[in-house]
Design a protein around this ligand. Sequence first.
Ligand code: PLP
Length: 812
Amino acid sequence: MNEQQLQDSICQTLEKKLGTTINEATSREIYIAVSSIVKENLNSEWLQTTKRYKEQNPRTVYYFSMEFLMGRLLESNLLNMHWLEPMKAALTNLGFVPEDIFACEQDAGLGNGGLGRLAACFLDSMASLQIPGHGYGIRYKYGLFEQKIVDGNQVELPDYWLREPYVWETKRPDLTAVICFGGRVETYEENGKMKVSLLDTEKVAAVPYDVPIKGYNNETINTLRLWSAEPLESEDGFYAGDKQSYYDHLESKRSLERISEFLYPDDSNMDGKMLRLKQQYFLVSSGLQTIVKLFKQRTGHSCLKLHEYISIQINDTHPSLVVPELMRLLMDEEGLGWDEAWHVTTNTVAYTNHTILSEALEKWPVPLFSQLLPRIYMITEEINERFCQMVYHDHPEYRSVIHELAVISYGQVRMAHLAVVGSYSVNGVAKMHTEILKRSEMKQFYGLFPGKFNNKTNGITHRRWLMQANPELTSLINSSIGEEWKERPKDLIKLLRYSKDASFQEKLFEVKQFNKQNLARYIKEKTGLIIDDRSIFDVQIKRLHGYKRQLLNILYVINRYLYLKDHPHADIPARTFIFGAKAAPSYHFAKQVIRLIVSAADQINNDASINDKIKIVFLENYNVSLAEMIIPASEVSQQISTAGKEASGTGNMKLMMNGALTLGTLDGANVEIKDMVGSQNMFLFGMEESEIEELHRTGGYSAKSLYQSDKRLHHMINQLHDGFFGRDELAFKDIYYHLLRDNDEYFVLKDFESYVEAQEMIDQTYQQWNKWQEMSITNIAHSGKFSSDRTIMQYASEIWNISPYIPVPAKK
Ligand SMILES: *Cc1c(COP(=O)(O)O)cnc(C)c1O
């Protein structure tokens, strides 16, 4: 549709559907009108795709993830439909600001951070590359909490994102699955075969809500299927229990509905709550039941051939119950024998590992696991038994460590072991991360199954993170190298030709200024702070965690402030330090770091004696939409995790693609950014992973002696204890103890000096205007590698065995 048609359509929809007119409609009503026009238009194409898939039955991948951090969908749908420009024009003609209309949409925040956002980027890439690939997740009633800062502290508010109807979803009650929990297993013989039945279970209905995932510039629409737990309507009307009282019955119904009530808000700590395991089984069982049913309908084959048509990629270990659940379905429901079922399962499931932090590794106590999922536990025991037998007989060299490898040991079910044993592919998410898996974390499994291990460096969709978030930069790129890069992001490399081009540099600078002014306006609105748009915009936006070292950043800022107090006329450029970070509600240390940032901001932003050389901004409620606003305005991208701890990072890629220069350690995908742009185009600092390993091995690090010998560190850390930041002296005691008593687990003090030097390099380089622009262009030019299109192509060819449809470059 063109601009005029869209305009007419908006007016009509307002009248027919919303009973209002363009002159009276609120922004919210305009949003509803626009998005329903879009949804309607998607629906017919969606049906077509589904029909095509049904007829051709192509190899299909199902991406199982407990998290999908989708953000808003109106603008990305418009972009992928090629309606974005005409729709913006139509809205403007009608007297509205398009951005204000888009902002009426609630973020779908069904994820914590990088892992959930990766799943969302992958959906966009699969559809855009025309790969038959669908997402399976949970329709949480409450997404990730909304963060507010009250009196300097993080406060969590429930994110009731479904308050208003969600325009993008379609409920599919006809596809409801029944999920069984608890009960007891009975075995019996039938025709000489052992049979199993599961009795006295608690049942819950899993109702799918489908969201269309529109590919860019093509006719493919895949599906994100989100499952909601609802009470099961039993045959005899109201309730089926006879022993239970009526009220007990209502109570238990309510408890079943709670399964899809909320997202667990911690992305780095395993919380062994029964409800979480219920959520995992709920996702896995509803997804697999549907896949098996559909497979039989479409192919008429027995499930012996399932793996020839289907791959299931699991996003971390959270869905690793797919292994025993698929075994259960194939054996108990489809009548396959163990060996047949095992062959199918281990050729269907592929596992992505996301972390090597030990506190994040999923382990479930046997009593909890076996009580909630008795049949699944039996199967898991058998998997474990057979695996241990196999190791014993075929790999005598590992006999002495069988207990370390086992799926069940020391009274716990280890989900990562289950996922490795039950899958045909195990991948890490960046070169360095995969190497650590092979070399140390999963060394023995790598010895047993070397062929399973592979790397798939993460990526981000350049459509959302460049074309949508930064239309000004997109136009600038188009006007110099054409538009082929939109479908072949590696073509961004053509920008290298312009890295020294004075006119291009000037235009890039103007684009950045424009975006900085935009962010400065937002900051002023939200916080009242006035930011100098000529200052360096230095950002660290990501979940708050010890290993990500926001503490290193803020300690440096405090240090810079103390220096400026002593040298008020020092010739260093003004800097705005921007933070965005949610802490897990139970992560005490992380919350204290937030309080430190906010307290330092209070003190420093209001100290006129440093001539506005430093401003600190903590932006509340970091989420996808906020990221889309901050990233285009960023100049310094802080990626400063303790080397070896950040599996990949994807924020680093988004920022690089928007021309920010990385201040980082050699960790995760920073290593690959360096491989692309060279260390001369970044600001690298700090210990390398091998050095940290060495310190761990030898115990050769003492934070306390560093503190005692280094005057600067001494002075700075004492501030934490002495109530300098307007708080009582206990305010930051956990940080103080973390550093000194607990020996600075993440080497903040150890890397401090090197970090300060890198920061000084940034100050110097920023004053060489041309050089900064050149470095920035070089980073954008090399960022094509980090498009999730590249990542998905690699998954498709190396894991899923699906050949993507290779798009032809777009016509202008
Ligand atoms: C990309 C993204 C992340 C991941 O950021 P990292 O810096 O890689 O940890 C987290 N949250 C949101 C909202 C994101 O968009």
